[in-house]
Design a protein around this ligand. Structure first.
Ligand SMILES: [Zn+2]
Length: 292
C-alpha cells in the first residue's frame, strides 16, 4: 500500500495545537496521529508558554508525523519582542526563539512561527529596523548551527503590534530563511473597521506577496485563520467561522485563483472542525478557480 497519504492539494490543512478530539495523554505525537485520522495533514506545535520537551519526546513527535505524513510547524513563545526596550529583555526573547527553533527542528518542524513584538510607541519604521537587525542575527545563528527552519513572523491583529503584511514581507526580502506567517483573521481585525474582508482585498494581499516574494512566496505560504472579534483597536478574540463575519469563502476563492499553496492552520476555538470547514471551502473554490 502506498504511503502517500497527502491529499495532493496545493495546501495542507491542520490545527495550531493538538486537536480537541485527540486522546488526552497522547501528547503531540498522538495529536499528529489524530490529524491523520481526521484526513488533515498539518500540525502546529503550540509551544506558546515555554518549551518543556525532551529529546525523546522530539523523536516521538518526529516519527509520528513522518508515519502519518503530517507536516509540522512550531508556534514559538508569546514572550518574544524583536523590539524589546533593553538588551537584557531582547536576549531573553532571543533565547526563547532559538530554543523553539532548535527543539522544533529536532521534532521535525520546518517552520517556526512567532509574534514579532510591539512598536513600544516608536515610529513604525524605527521599530521595524531594530527588529530587522535582531532577526537577521537570529537567522545567522541558525545557519551557523545548521538548524534548518524557516522563521515566520506573523501578521498581527492589533494596531500597537509590529506585523503588518508589508512589514513581514519586507523582513522576508532582507533576511535569509524568513517568510511571513499570514494570519488573514488578524489582517481583517487590525484596521478595526470591518475592512479587509472582500475578494478584492484578499487578492490585493496575494498580489503584494507575489510582488515582494515572487511565486515562491505564494507557493510556500503559511496561513493562520479563524473567525475573529475586534474593536476599533483591532483583535479581541478568535471565533468559530460560523460565529464570525469573516468572508472565508472569498478568501479561499482568492487563494485558489492565485494558485497559492502551503499550509492553512486553523485557530478557531473548535480547532479541527474549523480546519475541515476551511479545507472543504478551499476544495469547492478549486472547482471554480479562474485566473485572477
Ligand atoms: Zn500567533
Amino acid at each position: 500500500m502506498s504511503k502517500a497519504l497527502h491529499n495532493d492539494l496545493p495546501f495542507r490543512f491542520g490545527t495550531v495545537g493538538t486537536p480537541l478530539s485527540a486522546p488526552k495523554n497522547g501528547g503531540s505525537a498522538g495529536g499528529a496521529q489524530r490529524i491523520r485520522e481526521l484526513s488533515l495533514d498539518a500540525l502546529e506545535l503550540a509551544w506558546v508558554q515555554s518549551v518543556r520537551v525532551s529529546d525523546e519526546a522530539c523523536v516521538r513527535i518526529r516519527e509520528a508525523a513522518a508515519t502519518n505524513d503530517v507536516a509540522l510547524s512550531v508556534h514559538a513563545s508569546y514572550f518574544i519582542n524583536l523590539n524589546a526596550a533593553t538588551e537584557e529583555m531582547w536576549q531573553a526573547g532571543r533565547e526563547r526563539l532559538l530554543t523553539a527553533c532548535r527543539a522544533g527542528a529536532k521534532a521535525g518542524a520546518t517552520d517556526i512561527i512567532f509574534h514579532p513584538g510591539s512598536y513600544m510607541k516608536m515610529e513604525p519604521v524605527v521599530a521595524w529596523r531594530i527588529a530587522r537587525d535582531r532577526l537577521a542575527e537570529v537567522s545567522e545563528t541558525l545557519v551557523r548551527e545548521k538548524v534548518a527552519v524557516t522563521l515566520r513572523p506573523e501578521t498581527m491583529g492589533k494596531q500597537a503590534m509590529l506585523g503588518t503584511l508589508e512589514e513581514c514581507i519586507a523582513w522576508s526580502r532582507e533576511i535569509e530563511n524568513v517568510l511571513p506567517c499570514v494570519d488573514f483573521a488578524h489582517l481583517h481585525a487590525r484596521p478595526g473597521d470591518g475592512s479587509f474582508n472582500t475578494y478584492d482585498e484578499f487578492a490585493g494581499a496575494l498580489r503584494l506577496i507575489a510582488a515582494g516574494l515572487g511565486d515562491r512566496g505564494l507557493r510556500a505560504m503559511h496561513i493562520h485563520f479563524s473567525g475573529i472579534e475586534y474593536t476599533a483597536k483591532g483583535e479581541k478574540r478568535h471565533l468559530n467561522l460560523d460565529k464570525a463575519d469573516v468572508d472565508y469563502k472569498a478568501l479561499f476563492q482568492a487563494l485558489a485563483d492565485f494558485g497559492a499553496g502551503g499550509r492553512v492552520m486553523s485557530e478557531t476555538p473548535n480547532m479541527e472542525e474549523g480546519a475541515i470547514v476551511m479545507r472543504n471551502a478551499y476544495q469547492r473554490a478549486r472547482t471554480r478557480a479562474r485566473k485572477p
